[in-house]
Design a protein around this ligand. Structure first.
Ligand SMILES: [Zn+2]
Length: 275
């Protein structure tokens, strides 16, 4: 069994605010890295017990150099560093049996610890008229690679968001959100147990899980925080934009074009100063 893991940081056990996830000025960042490696190892250990023979872990937060390789489970390979064309999903291809998302968070504008979508410039992201966060966007990418997403860990809010898209997904809830920067967190011993048990359950239920159904072509719509960002994003060839609005659209032929164009738009929009 060959498994792909995409690991973000906001939904990791014990992490509640930016001080744990910001490599430049987070006073708890080094603790955040230890916590992230803890959660990833708990899942890998259970996956190996369940028969996984190959595990690729894509470090998927910010500069993507967060996981401590010194402490990573020996059976996993770590894909780290950036930039990467397919960002959080780099390395996934049809040869994988399943994808597992660790430390994920809910989308921008809804409750959940550190909820956001990709970066501060994106207010809402739509694929085929459905609003998606990072979970949904990456699950669509996986589905079009023919790979089912069987597991997500994070707070109670991302568990709900994931189940709305993939009802049969196994969810490991390691904290309950109280506000965007506060949560009731399980102890590390308990979260390790929950991650371990949920991984085993997810992999046992794989035979009954097929990849999400996604229609092609993919209608991508990105709603930016302000019109200046949208104007900059609309430089990307093939996009459509109505002047003065915040929404830029693009029709992608496959998941690779979808990811590349979303990233190109987001990175261009990110260069615009607000005032
Ligand atoms: Zn992140």
């Amino acid at each position: 069994m060959k498994l792909f893991i995409s690991a973000d940081m906001e939904g990791i056990s014990g992490i509640v605010d930016p001080s744990y996830i910001d490599p430049d000025k987070g006073k708890n960042y080094e603790r955040g890295r230890i916590l992230m490696t803890h959660d990833v190892n708990a899942v890998i250990e259970a996956a190996v017990e369940s028969g996984a023979t190959e595990i690729l872990v894509a470090d998927s937060h910010y500069r993507m150099t967060n996981i401590l390789i010194e402490q990573l489970h020996p059976k996993a390979t770590l894909l780290c560093g950036s930039p990467r064309d397919f960002s959080m999903m780099q390395g996934l291809d049809p040869s994988f049996d399943a994808a597992l998302f660790i430390g994920y968070h809910s989308r921008h504008g809804v409750p959940g610890v550190l909820s956001h979508t990709m970066s501060g410039v994106i207010k809402n992201l739509y694929v085929n008229d459905q609003v998606v966060g990072e979970f949904g966007f990456n699950a669509i990418y996986a589905a079009l690679c023919g790979v089912p997403v069987c597991f997500v860990s994070g707070d109670d809010q991302i568990a709900d968001e994931a189940k709305a898209l993939i009802p049969k997904i196994s969810t490991a809830i390691v904290k309950k959100a109280q506000s965007r920067t506060s949560a009731a967190c399980l102890s590390l011993q308990e979260s390790k147990r929950v991650l371990h048990e949920t991984t085993k359950q997810a992999l046992a239920s794989l035979p009954g899980l097929s990849p999400m159904q996604v229609k092609l072509p993919l209608e991508l719509a990105v709603d930016f925080s302000h019109a200046g960002q949208a104007e900059m994003a609309a430089i990307v060839p093939g996009t459509k934009y109505e002047h003065g609005t915040t929404m830029v659209t693009f029709v992608a032929q496959d998941q690779y074009e979808l990811y590349r164009v979303m990233r190109a738009m987001m990175n261009l929009a990110g260069t615009v100063e607000f005032c």
